[in-house]
Design a protein around this ligand. Structure first.
Ligand code: ROI
Length: 172
């Protein structure tokens, strides 16, 4: 029996080696994952780093995917993509070429040594909430709307970029 499609939200982040290109390329790659359909991608957003400040600004986005991969199989795919981007991560909360976080997987709550869903820090990070709110403004997290969560972290400035991103796999 095949498992049903689940709607999953993926957070993307980069602050090394042409971050805009890293994110645009990763959005296209997410659209090619097995047993998975691309649904939507947010705009790109620029923000100061949360955590250590002695690193470049970040580019972030969120993608919505429909997938029949299990959460751990999806995590494996995301980690393989990170490796393809020769992810460098010298220190905890330091700069990285590509970070892919599984934020939400259907309505599942997952506590596993490798994976916590919903992503534990997402309600306190504007770089996740702003792009997610663009894609799914009706979503609630822990019974509170995304805009209410965003209201609580207005001290994290974030800029929506106007660079145009192509449709994943566009041929022109
Ligand atoms: N800060 C921003 N703005 N964007 C990120 O993607 C990001 N990722 C991280 C830490 C270092 C916590 N800070 C970040 O992992």
């Amino acid at each position: 029996m095949t498992s049903p499609f689940q709607l999953a939200y993926i957070g993307l982040g980069s602050n090394l080696e042409s971050p805009i290109e890293q994110i645009c390329q990763a959005l296209n790659e997410l659209a090619t994952l097995p047993l998975t359909r691309w649904v939507a991608s947010s705009s790109l957003y620029a923000s100061r780093p949360v955590g250590p400040q002695d690193q470049p600004d970040f580019i972030n986005a969120v993608a919505a995917l429909e997938t029949r991969l299990s959460p751990l199989a999806l995590l494996d795919q995301l980690q393989a993509l990170e490796q393809q981007h020769r992810r460098r991560r010298q220190r905890h909360w330091g700069p990285r070429t590509l970070d892919l976080d599984l934020l939400l997987y259907g309505n599942d709550s997952i506590t596993h040594p490798r994976l916590h869903v919903p992503h534990p820090h997402m309600t306190v990070r504007a770089f996740v909430l702003a792009p997610l709110n663009e894609l799914a403004p009706a979503l609630t997290l822990h019974h509170q709307s995304l805009s209410a969560w965003l209201e609580g972290i207005k001290d994290q400035p974030i800029e929506r970029l106007t660079v145009s991103t192509r449709e994943p796999n566009a041929t022109i």
